[in-house]
Write a protein that binds this ligand. Structure first.
Ligand SMILES: Cc1cc2nc3c(=O)[nH]c(=O)nc-3n(C[C@H](O)[C@H](O)[C@H](O)COP(=O)(O)OP(=O)(O)OC[C@H]3O[C@@H](n4cnc5c(N)ncnc54)[C@H](O)[C@@H]3O)c2cc1C
Length: 483
């Protein structure tokens, strides 16, 4: 073992996707370009993590501890050069055409370098997901074109997803909890649209957001039955970001309070109608929890890599720390779990691409259409107008509901919740074990190990706490709803 890190180190470069997920070797025979694309994404991601993210991770963390709103805009510009914030947009429209496998390959590598910086540049995915859930083609096209056009001019476009309430983040992710809660926010029907009043909190990139996908009930006393999802431009009168939180970890990605004071939202920006808000939320969670799990595997890998590097250099009793059998056993225990959970997220990502939302893009008909249609035609205004016609919207959205069934979504919540809870617990255990190994000297900030501990702890809490993630698994395993 050398001082460069582990066999699968992002610090070492290269790519080994098929080596650690051999099932992809089998898939490569049937879907060669799909797997080849993910291999190329891994090679790119490792380079980006090593050359762009790792060198600024500690400095950014320290600056954000002083000012939680601090964003390294040079870093963001580098990410935009590679279309990372818009990676999910098809290549013909100006994005990277990443599916879930590509995205999670990037997330694992990025989080091995810095979880916070990764979150800053990939969590725009929430805006895309919110549009994909209802699959209104006009909204989707408009959103993708806007993002790409602004990126070309060097202007970042941020989307946030706001469900968490000051009174409780768990309740808004769980139907039984929401039925009993009293949210702070409420929407009132007015001529031509709705007016929103209330507060959301802990919203990722909320202070930077250009657009916010926000849930609000029409009647606070019946939140579950009347919950809706709205798309709110941050330029709307009465909207403002509030406090930016000083968090213990993942500092490079801000989370903020959002304040809605008589914010008018036009009818066409109602994305999930009355009583459909929780369904919308659940579908997003069925995708996003698996992604958080994948990031946590990367984080666990990152802390192990840093510890291997440190223990390969540190001398005790005339030999290297890593030559101690207890150190090898402790690291091997964590490495074993990393290997197992990598299989889990690769499995999850491929299933999302073929059985969940990405199937809308990843099917033979759409694939062929994207291949033969010139990019100029896809970006044409008349196509956006056509896609925006109600009839076209309801046909496409109905097709999506048939292709991604409720049973499939339930199943993805089960798998994604299990992956997220296990992987984030692993990340905390990995960081704690590594801290035991390196001791106080190794925990000095400059080695990055204490930062991994703080970052991992935060990941256990969001996308529902690990307790509620486990209840979600329990309910689906035994067919019993916790009331
Ligand atoms: C870094 C970060 C980023 C975030 N980004 C976003 C974002 O972009 N958008 C967004 O909407 N939210 C976001 N959140 C909020 C996050 O999703 C919530 O913090 C999370 O869901 C937990 O909610 P809470 O903190 O209000 O805890 P609470 O709901 O108040 O829970 C407190 C405790 O009670 C337990 N508990 C609560 N209800 C139950 C129950 N029914 N059964 C058993 N135990 C229960 C919980 O497990 C926890 O231990 C983010 C949070 C963080 C830290």
């Amino acid at each position: 073992m050398d001082a460069e890190g582990t066999h699968y180190s992002f610090m070492g470069g290269g790519q080994d996707l098929l080596e650690y997920a051999p099932v992809l070797k089998v898939m490569k025979k049937r879907f060669p370009s799909y797997v080849r694309h993910a291999e190329e994404t891994q090679a790119f991601s490792r380079r980006f993590a090593r050359e762009v993210m790792e060198p600024i991770a500690l400095e950014t963390d320290a600056r954000c501890a002083q000012d939680p709103s601090y964003v390294d805009w040079d870093f963001y510009a580098r990410a935009m050069e590679h279309h990372i914030p818009s990676s999910f947009i098809p290549v013909k429209l100006g994005g990277n055409g990443w599916g879930c496998l590509d995205l999670l390959v990037f997330v694992e590598e990025g989080c091995a370098a810095c979880y916070g910086l990764t979150a800053l540049i990939v969590f725009n995915m929430f805006g895309f997901l919110c549009a994909c859930v209802e699959f209104m083609p006009g909204n989707l096209l408009r959103m993708m074109k806007h993002m790409v056009e602004e990126e070309k001019k060097g202007n970042p476009v941020f989307f946030s997803w706001a469900i968490t309430e000051p009174g409780g983040g768990t309740d808004v992710e769980h139907p039984a909890g929401m039925a009993k809660m009293r949210p702070s926010i409420e929407a009132k029907k007015v001529p031509g649209g709705y007016v929103l009043n209330g507060t959301k909190c802990f919203i990722t990139n909320g202070n930077l957001a250009n657009f916010i996908c926000v849930n609000a009930p029409l009647d606070r006393s019946r939140p579950l039955e009347t919950d809706c999802t709205f798309m709110v431009p941050a330029t709307s009168e009465g909207f403002s970001p509030g406090r930016v939180e000083l968090k213990c970890g993942q500092k490079a990605c801000p989370t903020a309070e959002l304040l809605f004071d008589n914010v008018f939202v036009p009818e066409e920006n109602l994305w999930a109608p009355e009583g459909e808000g929780m369904r919308h939320t659940q579908e997003i969670l069925s995708f996003s929890r698996g992604g958080i799990g994948c990031g946590a595997v990367g984080l666990a890998r990152g802390v192990v890599e840093r510890t291997v590097r440190y223990a390969s250099e540190k001398k005790i009793n005339g030999h290297r720390l890593i030559d101690e059998a207890w150190v090898q056993f402790a690291l091997a225990g964590i490495m074993t779990e990393i290997i197992e959970l990598r299989h889990a997220w690769v499995n999850f990502a491929v299933a999302i691409d073929f059985l969940h939302l990405m199937k809308m893009i990843n099917n033979p008909v759409t694939g062929a259409a994207l291949k033969v249609t010139p990019g100029g035609l896809l970006r044409a205004d008349w196509l956006e107008d056509l896609a925006g016609i109600d009839l076209v919207g309801s046909i496409v959205s109905g097709l999506k509901k048939q292709m991604v069934s409720e049973e499939a979504i339930e199943n993805f919540i089960r798998h994604g919740s299990a992956l997220k809870a296990d992987a984030t617990d692993l990340a905390v255990r990995a960081a704690s074990t590594c801290a035991d190994i390196v001791g106080l000297e190794g925990m000095a900030r400059r080695h990055g190990i204490e930062k991994c501990f703080r970052d991992a702890k935060v990941a256990q809490i969001y996308e529902g706490t690990n307790q509620i993630n486990r209840l979600d698994v329990f309910e689906r395993e035994v067919g019993y709803r916790v009331g």
